[in-house]
Ligand binder design. Sequence first.
Ligand SMILES: Nc1nc2c(ncn2[C@@H]2O[C@H](COP(=O)(O)OP(=O)(O)OP(=O)(O)O)[C@@H](O)[C@H]2O)c(=O)[nH]1
Ligand SMILES: [K+]
Ligand SMILES: [Mg+2]
Length: 510
Amino acid sequence: MKDMFVRCRALWRSSFVRNGLRSCSLKALCTRVVHDADTIFALSSGHGKCGVAVVRVSGPASGFALQSIAGFRHTLPAARTALLRNITDPHSQELLDRALVLWFPGPRSFTGEDCAEFHIHGGPAVISGVLKALGSLPGVRAATAGEFTRRAFLAGKLDLTEVEGLGDLIHAETEAQRRQALRQMAGDLARLYQDWSQHLTRCLAHVEAFIDFGEDELIENEVLNQVDHGVSQLQLQMERHLQDERRGERLRNGVQVVIAGAPNAGKSSLLNLLCRRPAAIVSPVPGTTRDVVETHLDIGGFPVVLSDTAGLRDTVDGVEREGVRRARERVDLSDVTLVMLDLTQLPKDHQSVPSFLMDHLRSTLLSGEDLRDSLQKFLLVFNKRDLLPQEQLDNIQKTIIHMEGLPPACLLSCQSGDGFDQFLRVLQNRLQTLCGDPLVGSPSLTQARHRSHLQQSLRALAQYHQYRDLDLALSAEGLRLALASLGRITGKVGPEEILDIIFRDFCIGK
Ligand SMILES: Nc1nc2c(ncn2[C@@H]2O[C@H](COP(=O)(O)OP(=O)(O)OP(=O)(O)O)[C@@H](O)[C@H]2O)c(=O)[nH]1
Ligand SMILES: [K+]
Ligand SMILES: [Mg+2]
């Protein structure tokens, strides 16, 4: 507080304030600064040297900030029109840059407040000079991470799903992620959840009316039957939305692809080929890879978290055994397992290949009863085709194609690259199936947070049916709980902590 006063006085004393805010007494200036919400500023473009950097200001003193450093005396520029101005230090009047400035009077701005933007030259000295000048103004301070977006949310400009969409867009690394984030930011998911909330609100209103007036027979039983039907319909829609096999979440977080198989099959070689760099050590010694080696990749526009793992075998070496345990754990958690096999290790007699393969899968990878489930996420990769004559390869291929219940298979050579393009196509198709097309159909569920609120909402709707004929008041409470859970997704209902978690993920300046 004292600090603020000292800064106010210093500014007031400086020639600028005396000229620019002639009508403003020191007391009035202090009062304005203390009582209004803070005005915040930040570098909104990326860090490091660049052609143009954007500095954003939001809050009641934004106009004052423009006047103070962009040389407007008693006026402000026309709204949303770029102007080329000299940017000066408000105390020393030293020229800092010549830059474009924009004025966005609230409420028609990103945050709903008065905002200003400075499009300055992107050199570090220019940026720090402008930021320092803004920070020296009374009531103006540096923004914390996500503070601009938090203000936009509080002003009702975005709901929480749109905020999350915006966050995802900033972090999107692949095309499919960008498409999904843009769709969510545009409010597709928000509209879906809002429709459901409105629908539920109507149901609740009808039940409450029935509780209040039903006994006087002013409202017919038919009203309750309609509510029953409406609630059941909504349950169906929510269940369908939840049964998306985590498509949206997968696309947001990356598809977990794990390379597993016997030692020396060429797992690390495949990882290096996929990420086009020697990320994992390759050597003729079986048991080279011990720990999980993880890389993030963009394969055909889809985000992939690719893991190379230790060769699966029984061993007395404690470290290797831990590696094998970790490998199995990864396989269990994976969305796709690339089962790597060495073609030279297959039996010479191709008739016995099928039984060999099934035995191999069972002994190394399939830990339990759910054989079918595990097989579904497998993709067999037969490596080292460069070491076999074509005739033998043809025979193996024929045998595999005709084997029932076997996962899709590819033959390739990590050494020569033969068959790699075909393998990539198969993998891409699998990724496409797992992620879906974010632009087709109803918007996907993208966050575990949404899933858990929707599940709570569904449980509450079950309470409606459970008490429908026993106690209508409890039934109505079920609808109220369901509505509250939906409200938590969009941010209509919600404790401060949820907001903190969501906005924390934003960068400063957004
Ligand atoms: N001829 C040939 N050799 C290959 C091919 N792919 C890998 N290799 C060789 O096979 C050996 C083992 O390769 P790695 O990539 O280390 O195998 P890995 O499955 O990761 O082995 P571990 O980590 O020990 O389980 C190395 O000597 C590779 O050079 C291939 O397509 N053809
Ligand atoms: K090896
Ligand atoms: Mg390896």
